[in-house]
Design a protein. Structure first.
Length: 278
């Protein structure tokens, strides 16, 4: 049996992130063969992941990856068992790497990376969901991860002029809108994207609430209630968090200042655990 040196163990730990005793055992089992030891640890990781697969993953983080040209981005939710791990720098770095992997290929098979992370970190880890946004032409895709990484936003905005995206006013607009989405949690970008069945349900509820009013007044009252509903759930109709105007009017104001057309094309808002609670 080959003698295993401290430098061999150190090298294996640095490459795999596995524990000291696991690395020493891997090298011992494989007569000091480094590559064979790496493979042995990977297999052990898969076995470990299988054992932990049934354990609850109610904690986790939202991570994102943006393309170098600023025209596309990806957002992911990755869950783990404890908040302690969710705050761990190694876990957060791993989540950023997974976001980059899904940005390159939304259907990528990243199971090997997951099982390796389970073995290294010691908790069940699940890739819950991932989505991407992109734009053609001028504009930008940006992202915001709120403190603690429990909420994240991906936002796509288009312009007519390339030079608009480099202005401080445009950059501030993107920042303000991502904060708006984080805080106000809109259900849809605008009225056309709302669930029509849900919208009709809101109308039914309003009609029932005011059924004792004169018939000619009911529809006006109902539509007034629906307008308030739009202002709660549609991003562009919401009150802008930093001023006495709506989001769409604020966007129009910035566009006028920059002599351009600015359009919010799409957004995604992820919050850890919301799909489990649904």
């Amino acid at each position: 049996m080959a003698d295993i040196t401290a430098s061999q163990v150190k090298k294996l730990r640095e490459q795999t992130g596995a524990g000291l005793m696991d690395c020493k055992k891997a090298l011992t089992e494989n007569n000091g063969d480094h590559e064979a030891a790496v493979e042995w640890l990977r297999k052990k990781g898969a076995a470990t992941a299988e054992k932990k697969a049934s354990r609850s993953t109610s904690e986790g983080v939202i991570a994102r990856h943006l393309s170098e040209d600023g025209k596309s981005g990806t957002i992911v939710e990755i869950n783990c068992e404890t908040d302690f791990v969710a705050k761990n720098e190694k876990f957060l770095q791993f989540c950023d790497e997974i976001a980059a992997g899904y940005a390159a290929d939304s259907g990528a098979d990243l199971e090997e990376q997951r099982t390796t992370a389970v073995a290294e970190i010691g908790e069940n880890i699940q890739f819950t969901r991932n989505e991407s946004l992109s734009i053609d032409g001028s504009g930008a895709v940006t992202a915001y991860i709120h403190h603690g990484a429990k909420v994240g936003v991906l936002l796509a905005v288009t312009t007519n002029k390339d030079e608009t995206t480099g202005t401080d006013a445009f950059k501030q607009l993107l920042s303000d809108i991502t904060l708006q989405i984080t805080a106000a949690s809109p259900d849809a970008l605008d009225r056309t994207q709302l669930d029509q069945a849900k919208l009709e349900k809101e109308r039914e509820i309003a009609r029932e609430q005011f059924k004792d009013k004169p018939a000619q007044a009911i529809e006006k009252i109902v539509e007034g209630k629906i307008e308030k509903y739009f202002a709660e759930v549609c991003l562009v109709d919401q009150d802008f968090v930093k001023g006495d105007t709506s989001v769409k009017d604020h966007v129009a104001s910035v566009a006028k200042e920059l002599d351009d057309e600015i359009v919010i094309k799409a957004f995604l808002r992820y919050q850890v655990g919301e799909t489990q609670d649904a």
